[in-house]
Design a protein around this ligand. Structure first.
Ligand SMILES: CC(C)(COP(=O)(O)OP(=O)(O)OC[C@H]1O[C@@H](n2cnc3c(N)ncnc32)[C@H](O)[C@@H]1OP(=O)(O)O)[C@@H](O)C(=O)NCCC(=O)NCCS
Length: 189
């Protein structure tokens, strides 16, 4: 299976901060199937039990609007706009949004590698997702949905997307329940 083109039709974006070491992008050229599968093999990605075949993970990543968090291993020493070449980047996080690019969004597979957690990268990542799906950018968005387990994360997502808990999924395989959160942000129907 080759990499499918993204179905969202949205133009790839890049977000930078003052510190040029890290950037976030929806440009598929930066995605690393190997890096994501290596993260999925670790226990902190509690919802994945075993790595995916690479062709399946490629389809998941390239067929979604995938927000990658990247470390730029050779940051420029100038004030020029960031345009790292993919060879000089390392993927350290992900938020994958299954979307048609206008009316529906399902947020999944959100992580930042443990070494980089607790320094605001996760807030920045989810903030980029929220900005992309804002009323201004996506006036016909009817539903945004996600699943999570952690109470602190529930509060975080509620703050970022206005989502509320609408159901619970018993997951004996994970040894925990997941909550299903949803919002009708720009309520069309
Ligand atoms: C969730 C995650 C992406 C946040 O990334 P991060 O870079 O550590 O995030 P930040 O430092 O910007 O903190 C953002 C929010 O993440 C949550 N968070 C961060 N560290 C956490 C921890 N140790 N336990 C639970 N939630 C945590 C909090 O809700 C925090 O917001 P708050 O401080 O306003 O409550 C990251 O901790 C992670 O990958 N966790 C493991 C995978 C996971 O649980 N993903 C979410 C699935 S729904």
């Amino acid at each position: 299976m080759s990499s499918a083109p993204p179905t969202s039709g949205l133009r790839p974006q890049i977000w930078t901060r003052e510190d040029p070491e890290f950037f976030i992008s929806t440009d598929p050229k930066y995605l690393s199937v190997k890096a994501v599968n290596a993260a999925f093999e670790q226990d902190f990605v509690y919802w994945v039990k075993e790595p995916f075949p690479e062709d399946v993970l490629s389809q998941m990543l390239y067929g979604s609007l995938s927000f990658g968090v990247y470390r730029w291993t050779k940051p420029a020493q100038t004030d020029e706009p960031v345009s790292p070449s993919p060879e000089d980047t390392e993927q350290i996080g992900l938020a994958r949004v299954v979307t048609d690019g206008c009316s529906f969004a399902y947020l999944s597979d959100t992580y930042v590698l443990p070494h980089y957690q607790g320094h605001g990268l996760g807030s920045w990542l989810v903030g980029c997702v929220a900005a992309t799906f804002s009323k201004e950018n996506m006036p016909y968005l009817r539903r945004i949905m996600l699943l999570t387990d952690d109470e602190r994360m529930q509060g975080f997502y509620a703050k970022m997307f206005g989502v509320k808990v609408v159901g619970r999924e018993e997951r004996k395989d994970m040894g925990r329940d997941l909550v299903f959160m949803c919002a009708r942000p720009h309520a069309q129907s």
